[in-house]
Design a protein around this ligand. Sequence first.
Ligand SMILES: Cc1ncc(COP(=O)(O)O)c(C=O)c1O
Length: 226
Amino acid sequence: MHDQEPIEVVTGRSVAFAVPDINDDDVDAVTQVLRSGWITSGSQCVALEEELAAYLGVAHVVSLSSATAALETAVAFLSLPRGAKIGVPTWTFVSTAILAVHHGLLPVLLDVDPDTLNVSPASLERALGDGVAAMTGVHFAGVPFGKEIHELCASAGIPLIEDCAHSMGARDHRGMAAGQATSGACFSFYATKNLTSGEGGALATDNDDLARFARSFRLHGLSADA
Ligand SMILES: Cc1ncc(COP(=O)(O)O)c(C=O)c1O
């Protein structure tokens, strides 16, 4: 047995989990929705989708219940065969990898660059040699992964899904890092994120087919909403 330093227990101090910036306008907007009698996806969701699409500069934004739902939708659209390998970073939240498992895919963990905490191009190159059929990259903590990752995926002809859970407002070589020329950008509005509604998510894309698929997939295959 090693001697262990006694642990100092500090009470009365804690690190805040999430400190949202909620002002009176936000409270009024929520109150208005509650009083409207329409508390599920409705006109406010459509307004959010339109404003976000304009802000990000993409053709479509589809609101969803979480970034995990957006990631699952983007993967479902790819229809990869069971057992196909999908690259995911080692340094991320679990849902980036778990979505692969839910679709019968094999997550292949890709090392990240210690400076940016984003997938390293060398690790992606190795995985491409090992036959990954798609890749999910995370723009970690608002730092977009680089152009090289886009180029490697494009030259290998594999789809690249963007996990943008942390990166609302981030800019990369395309401008806003959000779904242009990729297989979907997945945003989170979870309590700790830089744009929050408590829970929620969105898929941003320029791909008309992916947007159409997502609008139906979020309603379990129904083609028209209420
Ligand atoms: C990198 C990353 N991806 C995905 C998610 C999942 O987001 P959500 O809670 O909206 O499903 C998170 C949430 O913390 C995250 O940090």
